[in-house]
Design a protein around this ligand. Sequence first.
Ligand code: EAX
Length: 323
Amino acid sequence: MKLTRLAAGLVLGLGMACAAFAQTTMKISISTSQNSHQGVAIDTFAKEVAARTNGRYKIETFYNGALGGERESIEAVQLGTQSLAFSSTGPVPNFVPETKILDVPFLFRDKAHARAVLDGPIGQDLLTKFDAKGFKALAWAENGFRHMTNSKRDVKVPEDLKGLKMRTMENPVHIAAYKGFGIITTPMAFPEVFTALQQGTVDGQENPLSVIISAKFDQVQKHLTLTGHVYSPCIFLMNKADFDKLSAADKTAFLEAAKEGVKVNRARVDSDDAKGVADLRAKGVTVIDDIDKAKFVAALTPVNAEFEKQFGKANIDKIRNYK
Ligand code: EAX
């Protein structure tokens, strides 16, 4: 009798000890490498979540599209088979159409402008649009200003883009804009891009310097033009039900951890932007860094008129003129 009680007590005690140290594991993924602006974002997030929850939440990090491309990861987060993803806005409008407006070409003057919009009321309001689609959007982060690369020729004026076959993100705004340049668009998930460039399935692609460098596109692309045609945000996404299950304190921990991730992410984009061109030139890439941007903007006049109709000129101007 006494022994049974003792045993029962022991089992109960052990159970309580386990509960006290219970650890929930969640996955987060990116499609770029660990040594990248996105890698530092999720690594910092994972470290901060662990620290801020005393190790009760363990974030497992996956790189290089190991769990699938960005669209697949976002789908998995929506379904709840994966708790978290960090993604560019590439496939995001297919889930939350309101975010399309952020990928309008030549919308943001510079990174400071983009960051101010995303961190201000416009960006924060957009984050709430994810709730109804099964997500909790924890924070906007950064991919960077996108530039064009190809294996065929130097692109100095918009006409040079005509007839180039380029991989685009699976994003309707990008596809429409690049068609406006006369580019032959081939939407494709990021993990397939290097091979497609290597095998010549496409002539070119466009991405921020941070992505071009970390994906080693210099090995398969010899021409880069600093077009800065689109500012590309990134986002921390979480399954809504998983977020809602957290205690109030843990919710704050996850949100603050994402903010810390954003800080190192943006700092890394800044340093990649500062030294990227020199790095790529040293690797044999021809870099055109003095285009007449007004010509590229002018080439998209008809497409931009379409975007103004679709998203509302007032909404676009509100972002353009945000100070
Ligand atoms: O998120 O698909 C893309 O070109 C993205 O910019 C890249 O995956 C980084």
